[in-house]
Design a protein around this ligand. Structure first.
Ligand SMILES: [Ca+2]
Length: 170
């Protein structure tokens, strides 16, 4: 099974909104145990990552177990803004239990605007078995306080059963 986080161009590119960056992604099973995520693939700019202080913020930083490190799609000189759907995908280590929750940890306040229209999904054999598209209600409202450890749990009510939840943390 794959977990995919994407910010499609269709989510809008105005106001410098088309960027994808998260600190950590966690998937929990029904017993509350963390399911190991392994880097699978990403769109070219997300895979390369923005170079910050000599370090490329590639998508692997979303699953390195450290919420102090974050991914960021490449941008700046030489990168054509708004030219790709940004996405990153991770495989769930097999065998694993039934997925109950997906946690998206995002410590950058800007993400709470940029995430509107972003989609997180679970795919089995290429078919989407569960997805959630972030709305302003999910995201912007939970991030306007900035900083701290605010958690926003969004019941999703879709497969697999029991319903997983997305938790957005700043
Ligand atoms: Ca990290």
């Amino acid at each position: 099974m794959l977990l995919k986080l994407e910010r499609p161009l269709s989510a809008g590119t105005g106001n410098d909104m088309h960027h994808l960056h998260v600190s950590e992604i966690e998937v929990l099973d029904v017993s509350g145990a963390k399911i190991e995520l392994r880097p699978h693939d990403a769109s070219p700019f997300v895979k390369k990552g923005y170079r910050s202080e000599g370090v490329f913020l590639s998508y692997e930083k979303a699953v390195d177990g450290d919420s102090a490190t974050a991914t960021h799609n490449d941008f700046g000189p030489g990168v054509q803004y708004g030219s790709e759907d940004h996405w990153m995908a991770f495989s769930l280590a097999e065998p694993h239990g039934t997925v109950r929750e997906v946690h998206i940890v995002a410590k950058q306040p800007a993400w709470f605007c940029r995430a509107v229209g972003a989609r997180v999904s679970l795919l089995r054999d290429g078919a989407v078995v569960w997805e959630h598209v972030f709305t302003e209600e999910n995201v912007v409202g939970s991030g306007t306080g900035g900083g701290g450890d605010v958690r926003c749990e969004v019941p999703l009510g879709l497969q697999p059963t029991p319903a997983p939840q997305v938790c957005v943390c700043v």
